[in-house]
Design a protein. Sequence first.
Lengths: 642, 272
Amino acid sequence: MKLESKIPAGPLADKWNNHKAKLRLVSPANRRKYHVIVVGSGLAGSAAAASFAEMGFQVSCFCYQDSPRRAHSIAAQGGINAAKNYQNDGDSVRRLFQDTIKGGDYRAREANVYRLAQVSTNIIDQCVAQGVPFAREYGGLLANRSFGGAQVSRTFYARGQTGQQLLLGAYSALSRQIGLGAVKMYTRHEMLDLVLIDGKAKGIVTRDLVTGAVESWASDVVVVCTGGYGNVFYLSTNAQGCNVTATFRAHRRGAGFANPCYTQIHPTCIPVHGEDQSKLTLMSESLRNDGRVWVPKNTADCAKPAAEIPEEARDYFLERKYPSYGNLAPRDIASRAAKEVCDEGRGVGQVIDGQRLGVYLDFSAAINRLGEAEIRTRYGNLFDMYENITGENAYKQPMRIFPAVHYTMGGLWVDYNLQSNIPGLFVGGEANFSDHGANRLGASALMQGLADGYFVLPYTVSDYLAGVGLSGRPTTEAPEFKAAVKEVNERVSKLLAVNGTKSPRYYHKALGKITWEKCGMARDKAGLEGAIRDLQALRKDFWENVKVVGTGDQLAPELERAGRVADFLDFGIMMCLDALTREESCGGHFRTEFQDAGEAKRDDAQYAHAAVWEWQGEGQLPARHVEPLVYEETQLSTRSYK
Amino acid sequence: MVHGKSAHDGETTLALKLRVWRQSRGVPGHFEEHALAAVPTSASFLEMMDMLNEQLIRAGQDTFAFDHDCREGICGMCSMTINGMPHGPLPGVTTCQLHMRNFRDGETITVEPWRARAFPVIKDLAVNRSAFDKVIQAGGFITARVGSAPEANNTLIGKVVADEAMDAAECIGCGACVASCKNGSAMLFVGAKINHLNILPQGQPERDRRTLAMVKTMDEAGFGNCTNYGECQAHCPKSITLDVIAKLNRDYLRARVKEFFSSTGKPSKGGD
């Protein structure tokens, strides 16, 4: 597998501008002759599709939801980072870059992260121009708030619904292009294969979820922005439909999958309540600006109501362990600290399977200081959501929170141009691996999605198309398309034909139990080896005993789930294998064998690289390749937030 | 009236009778009745529906198709009429955020899809809401090409104006307003988008054009007219108020009058 990062030469600060100046262009009159396929309509997908259409390319965009406005970017609550330095608190592009690369525990590609910090300021300008109603100060200027892992206030927000407002901005730009006929939008379509001709990505195969029709689409380039794989854990903060299928299908066609073991566990989610739970709900990290995290000092107090535990019997463990960042310690660190106190038996809330898995997030100090009305203005919708789910009023008693799977830093391997190792396959947003290393800082996912979609892919995809030329596009009559459609049809028939006894959800839950216990917040060699064996057995059981009800020619949610679970089973094995072979701890990847008194212990000499996995065939373990991470201007240091 | 204990401490459960709409594409639909036991009160309404579907799979029967995705009240995909009320009995809450503690043991719950001419049923509880997308495509945007945006803080927007725009922008496009309206009117949805964009300084250049185009498309899509029943406001999960409809009417009237008087009589040379 050839892994050329294609990082431009020159000082970090000049790389992107120099590179842009060298990228080739397609003349405006020729642009309409090229067809660009964009899969996914979240921040990266919508922004990219709208941008390509504005430039004059023919664009087709696909999403599995009933409208592009529903992609899961919409659920991001807290905000988006940008190095505007509006608060005069010493922020700069370089500082945002440094925070992000340190936040990622020095496992991200330096040049990509610098570019992300550079274009962050353009994103805010673009969104404001589209009418995104960011929070404002009375004087009319944009307001900011603080987020984890930073000592400056650089996060822009729209109440607790920043992702919604940014996505609606991108959706409106996309809608305008659909209305103009420049983008053809295909909703309720799921990408089930990537089509390669002479080693280049030239189209996709989709299934129309309403009619069951399997169709193929030819293009000059394919841009995949289909999000992350958090649902491999079954319970996560992802939407129910989020899946790994599009990226995994591309992987099976030869695309390298990088760092699948880098998964983010978000510290502030509502704890699990029972067996039939289908998802976990995030409480925005912004709450940690005003909420204080604590558990009782004594195990004996854990069953008592919070109000009966006196101040001196409370352990504000984040403030105690990380005094300079306190409750705003980065996500991986805050999550592990919560797990640690719960493992010590000091958790709070309901006992499930013999353990109380929860810590308090307490607003009483902030309410005393600022008043309930102010807290309501800042976080009202989050408090309402908490009450809907738990039946508890967080103005009167502390919230209970516990870490949950939230985001995945790993993804398809891409070079500096966001092109995978398959020519013509570009990958944007959470679906690629490039910017967050082993841990993502809060308010950086929205930034990356829009950076890729608005400000990176339009340049790099144009450059690729200029090189393809005008004779390059095949038709769907090519044998490669026919073969791919046949394979997809056979797989659908196979799933329907098993006719066993256990539902797709049964397998999804069983998969999630294995991955969460063995490849979740803490991992070790024996556990991971066991997980791989268990997942292989579960995969075998799935193909022998799954029961998929419904027919292939109508809306068939069970068939959709079965196909996604089948890919998650293969993917889960690869994720555990990646965790097993990375014999160090870094960011969200915590191997209990490699630690310094609870803090992650990196091994830069051996593991300062991205691990990239290559598909080796059905039932085979994938092969591991590496892309060394070269740091030109960053000094690797132990990541400390103390 | 809840009773029964499950495995977890303090957890109570319900036994329910469910009347759920069953419909295949192109065929008239009907209600199916199912009993469902041991539903934890901590479960969400959609988790209850998952339990029903798992029970159906065990019996070898087809599951009920329904739309849902984020399950945290923001994507706008979930769409069930519960006991005659879009998104169920609680104000300001989507179906996915409705929890079973709001129901009683032994209760009969009727579950239907959105009922509206502009939203045809796809299967069971899932409907086609693409008419909403068409309205947005007609004018629900501010034209702002990538690469030409000015510095963000050059446009001052007072907090009061920004907050008012945000109140309207919170609409999740679920369609409960249409489903709750006797006329099947989409005025609350269209009004919310018009208010979000028409109030902001960036939205002024296209204000009239946007309003006329969106209303025209709304009418063509088969939505009814507003006759001030107010059901939309009562069932909107984001608590958007009738206020936005009044402002939509104002902006529409303003745009029509301006359109009428703005013609110079000179023949159009194209270029819009």
